[in-house]
Design a protein around this ligand. Structure first.
Ligand code: DP6
Length: 346
């Protein structure tokens, strides 16, 4: 993690009420990530209720997207409630307040906050805004209150807000390790294997059904959910081996396979959830044809209609040229693997 203005002092004791003598706000930029091996499903109790700690039922492997970021400024509020300066709807604000309530309880904090959070990419469209959002919020809370928490704990806390946020505490190639308190860790840094990413936006409208709800419906009703779970650790291992060996073709194969398997499971929920649009499929076919012709590119799709294409930098220009005129592709966002969070104290 990069602290842009000042490293948080190790072991510093939090003195309630003493913050006014010090920093007034923390601004954090955290990146969205693409899951290559997907987190889809949560652990549940005997009655089928998801655990309040938001524990994933599967591990996951992801890439940080350097230029798709949430920037969140957290500052101390005067009143007895949290306030917002952003275009978040009521439900999103409540989710943040509930998350902050859990952090306040855990760290014995009596402060309330003013929250300003902005994404530089379309929100709620399957581009992982909850990942970058909850990672940014967790890191801002840690910085503002000088908690000096280690990355494992930061990742666990972010996960309790949104499972994919566990990974956005780190940049580069990241995996979530399953445990009673699952957390993410970096596999290799971005510089070790510099790949490019192109996001083909096919629909900027918010998705009809969010991942939390779709995940629950899939677990309860898809006939393929058990197979999804039981075949997952093989995909994890294969992807991690491919990343360690920097084996592009192997990573391409297992990532597309895992993505299609997740969507097959989602589509077969009752009622079904179909995130793809005609343009989503058009991009998938184009990328498949490119790879068959020897161009190193593969796709992945999260809970939305957008397609993320990962490619060797030598293929980026060709990829952009081939996607820009496809019907239904409204925007192409070019970035690269990266995404270390940045923290500023002011
Ligand atoms: C398809 O992390 O948004 O992007 O934990 O309920 O907030 P909650 O779910 P969320 O789900 C992400 C689903 C996914 C796959 C992934 O990112 O691994």
């Amino acid at each position: 993690m990069v602290y842009a203005s000042q490293r948080i002092l190790s072991g510093q004791v939090l003195i309630p009420g003493a913050h006014f003598m010090d920093h007034r706000s923390a601004t954090v930029s955290a990146a969205a990530n693409i899951a290559l091996i997907k987190y889809w499903g949560k652990t549940s109790d005997a009655n089928g209720h998801s655990s309040p700690a938001n524990l994933p039922a599967t591990g996951s492997v992801s890439l940080g997207m350097e230029d798709l970021r949430t920037t969140t400024t957290l500052s101390f509020a005067e009143g007895a409630s949290d306030t917002f300066e952003s275009s978040l709807d009521e439900a999103a604000q409540q989710r943040i307040v509930r998350f902050l309530d859990r952090l306040r309880e855990r760290f014995d904090c009596r402060d309330h906050f003013h929250i300003n959070t902005q994404n530089n990419f379309p929100t709620g469209t399957g581009l992982a805004s909850s990942a970058s959002g909850f990672a940014a919020l967790t890191l801002a809370f840690n910085a503002l209150l000088k908690l000096d928490l280690n990355e494992t704990l930061l990742s666990q806390l972010a996960r309790s807000g949104s499972g994919s946020a566990a990974r956005s505490i780190f940049g580069g190639y990241v995996e979530v390790v399953l445990s009673d308190d699952a957390h993410a860790q970096q596999i290799i840094p971005a510089e070790s294997w510099p790949l490019d990413i192109v996001v083909a936006v096919t629909n900027s409208a918010a998705k009809a059904i969010g991942s939390t709800q779709a995940m629950q419906r899939t677990a309860q009703t898809s006939p393929y959910y058990e197979q999804w779970l039981s075949s997952h650790s093989d995909d994890m291992q294969s992807a991690k081996n491919a990343i360690s060996a920097k084996d592009f073709d192997r990573l391409a194969e297992v990532s597309e396979h895992n993505c299609l398997k997740m969507h097959a499971t989602i589509m077969t929920a009752q009622p079904p959830v179909l995130y793809w649009l005609p343009a989503t499929l058009a991009v998938m076919h184009e990328v498949t044809a490119m790879r068959a012709a020897g161009i190193p590119a593969f796709y992945s799709i999260d809970a939305g209609a957008q397609v993320k294409i990962i490619c060797e930098p030598t293929a980026t220009d060709t990829l952009l040229a081939r996607l820009k005129d496809l019907a239904g592709v409204t925007n192409l966002i070019q970035t690269r693997v990266g995404g270390s969070p940045q923290v500023h104290l002011t």
